[in-house]
Design a protein around this ligand. Structure first.
Ligand code: XMP
Length: 516
């Protein structure tokens, strides 16, 4: 395994810490997010090659504002401060931070008076994204002031000798011009780091770690058709081959072609041993007559667990199974308070509840990765592109995209409408711009239409393309009219019983992404 240099991103409570960590990783340097409650000693004990202090909502003067241990700067570790982190750094090193009254929010014009190393080869004026009330009015002793704005006399500084630097703006957000360059100047030209964190090394590290954990024992993995479980399974397969068995519960609620992708393309690409539990009838039977969305979720969850449990129990009996693969990603780890290594929890915390006599140790090969890294790893492992770039899809599948009762006929119509919408989105080259694109059948609504010479009384299809970063909030996607027109024409022509297509133009909040 490569011993990657590690950048610690100290989280001062902004939503930006994860974004900073991702940008550092994009520069191919490994980064981790840590709490600002750690002391300088605790931070240094993690052997960082550099430290980045994130932005945060507080004023450095506010009561209870997260503080910075000045001992950090005696350590010789390069430090980069961003926004709040910049001010905390200025204050800790003897500079002056004041409430100047010149608040700056959003796009701000930055004037570079001296490029130094940090702003090297940037134009003399750029637009950056600001969000602050206080300003640094005097840089600490030994620092060169590099830039200012109308309201901020010291907007960037560096001390090359001590390998310290900072900026008032947010280089990590896309609205800041040249943000990645600034970050890379710090990482490579000031801190002197080496880029080693690539899809290739992520794969080789994960493979080595899995081999060391698993030895010659056996591993089980539930495949859902989604990107996380597919990449996790492919990594484990690469590491231990036939000691892995994958289980795919086909609940009949996937979209057109997805079950086949798991059963055929994924198996062909990875060589995994797959056990398919084909339980469409069981799920449809249990859903018959049910219209309440939460009730549907409960039923689908319950039937899933029963099916998985039965299959896993049988496999465990036949072969003995020690580990269960879980597709936990780094943001989940950060949000649940961090922690390292594997956890030994009862399996109901992941697949939703296995009997007490079925306990596995979890292996979580994606624990250090962000979603975009999972995709890069998937590509590196040669998984089918449609799988690697698949939009997020809810566990209960099309079951919660039919408003009203779920029946085989309705599923067939919805699958067809969804297939057409996805096909046209792909043809327009917009797949990667759109976060998610639920296509929903309103099974309890009918409206009058006319097709050919006759009056129809059919069902509407709702198109719900959204833009989002994390599904917590979302905006409706402004798809081009000609793309919407193609979808509408094709869906009404090709889908039996559909005589109307509507587009959902609600953001989240107040709407959710899904309709149920
Ligand atoms: P909403 O509709 O709440 O969805 O805005 C947020 C994200 O969660 C997904 N989602 C689910 N995923 N089981 C899942 O695994 C569910 O029951 C479920 N409901 C919503 C949704 O697709 C979106 O990505």
């Amino acid at each position: 395994m490569i011993n990657h240099e590690r950048v610690l991103v100290v989280d001062f409570g902004a939503q930006y810490a994860q974004l900073i960590a991702r940008r550092v990783r994009e520069a191919r340097v490994y980064s981790e997010i840590v709490s600002s409650t750690l002391s300088a000693d605790e931070l240094l004990a993690r052997k960082p090659a550099a430290i980045i202090l994130s932005g945060g909502p507080a004023s450095v003067y506010a009561d209870g504002a997260p503080s910075l241990d000045p001992a950090l700067f005696d350590s010789d570790v390069p430090v980069f401060g961003i926004c709040y982190g910049f001010q905390a750094m200025a204050q800790a090193l003897g500079g002056t931070v004041e409430r100047t009254g010149g608040r700056e929010y959003g796009r701000t014009s930055l004037a570079i008076q001296q490029s130094g190393v940090l702003l090297e080869s940037l134009p003399s004026a750029i637009n950056v994204w600001m969000s602050h009330g206080d300003s640094v009015t005097k840089a600490p002793e030994g620092f060169d002031v590099l830039a200012h704005t109308a309201g901020t006399p010291v907007a960037a500084f560096e001390d090359r000798g001590r390998r310290l630097a900072g900026v008032q703006w947010h280089p990590e957000v896309q609205h800041s011009q040249m943000g990645q360059q600034v970050l890379e100047h710090f990482l490579f030209d000031i801190a002197g780091l080496t880029p080693t964190w690539t899809a290739e090394t992520m794969v080789s590290d994960a493979v080595a770690a899995i081999q060391a954990t698993v030895g010659d024992r056996r591993v089980l993995c539930a495949l859902s058709g989604g990107v996380d479980s597919a990449v996790a399974a492919a990594l484990v397969q690469r590491a231990i081959g036939s000691q892995l068995t994958c289980v795919f519960v086909d609940h009949g609620l996937l979209r057109a072609g997805e079950a086949e992708q798991v059963k055929q393309d994924f198996v062909a690409a990875t060589g995994v041993e797959l056990v398919v539990a084909d339980e469409k009838d069981r799920f449809l039977g249990a859903l018959a007559g049910v219209t309440d969305p939460e009730e549907k979720r409960k039923i689908i969850g319950r039937e899933f667990i029963r099916t998985f449990e039965a299959t896993a129990g049988q496999l465990a009996g036949e072969r003995g199974i020690d580990f269960l693969v879980q597709g936990t990603l780094y943001p989940d780890v950060v949000e649940s308070g961090g922690g390292e290594g594997t956890s030994n929890i009862k399996s109901h915390h992941n697949v939703g509840g296995l009997p007490d006599d079925l306990q596995f140790t979890l292996i979580e090969p994606l624990r250090t990765m962000f979603k975009d890294e999972v995709r890069a790893v998937g590509e590196e492992l040669g998984l089918p592109e449609e799988m690697v770039w698949r939009h997020p899809f809810p566990g209960p599948g099309l079951g919660i995209r039919i408003v009203g009762e779920v029946t085989e006929e309705r599923l067939e119509v919805l699958r067809e409408a969804d297939r057409i919408a996805r096909e046209e989105l792909t043809a327009a080259g917009l797949d990667r711009e759109i976060w998610q694109f639920p296509v929903v059948l309103l099974g309890d609504v009918r409206s009058v239409g006319v097709q050919g010479d006759s009056r129809t009384y059919g069902y509407p299809i709702v198109l719900r393309p959204v833009l989002s970063e994390d599904a917590m909030t979302a905006d409706w996607a402004r798809l081009p009219y000609d793309v919407l027109e193609k979808m509408s024409t094709r869906i009404t022509n090709e889908c039996e019983g559909i005589n109307r297509v509507v587009v959902d133009i609600t953001s989240k909040p107040p709407g959710t992404i899904e309709w149920e």
